[in-house]
Design a protein around this ligand. Structure first.
Ligand code: RB5
Length: 145
């Protein structure tokens, strides 16, 4: 599995924590920044991850901002992206099983690093259930026009 990851300035610390986790898990990833703590605009950092996941260059994406809200809204503007904003492990599992989410968003100002690590691990290992959920994903795709 290959992961694309980015954040805005509000998510820099948690992004680094999650990159350490991916290293520990031996999961390959590419970091799309930012590389400084300067204030940046989260749509600019959602874009490279969302575009590459949508293009199939990466299997999944992880996005982090202060709340996770802005960066998840931006990612969901891209066709083929199902970005789930998650701050608990139940939802991390459910969004993989039911929504086949291909991008995970979290807010560094919302949860601590321990919970964020558990969310990422859960989200990475959980498979899509298919079945009736496939029909619903297809309907989401139809909404994209
Ligand atoms: C940046 O201050 C903050 O607005 C951003 O990280 C995010 O929380 C937006 O949704």
């Amino acid at each position: 599995m290959k992961i694309a990851i980015s954040s805005d300035h509000g998510g820099n610390n948690l992004r680094k924590e999650i990159m350490h986790l991916l290293d520990e898990l031996n999961i390959s990833y590419e970091d799309f920044g930012p590389q400084t703590d300067d204030s940046v605009d989260y749509p600019d950092y959602a874009r490279p991850v969302a575009e590459r996941v949508a293009a199939g260059e990466f299997d999944r994406g992880i996005l982090i901002c202060g709340t996770g809200i802005g960066i998840s809204i931006a990612a969901n503007k891209f066709k083929g992206i199902r970005c789930a904003l998650v701050h608990d492990t139940f939802s991390a599992k459910a969004t993989r099983c039911h929504n086949d989410s291909n991008v995970l968003a979290m807010g560094e100002r919302v949860i601590g690093p321990g919970l964020a690590r558990e969310i990422v691990e859960t989200w990475l290992i959980t498979d899509f259930e298919g079945g009736r959920h496939t029909r619903r994903i297809e309907k989401i795709t139809e909404l994209e026009g």
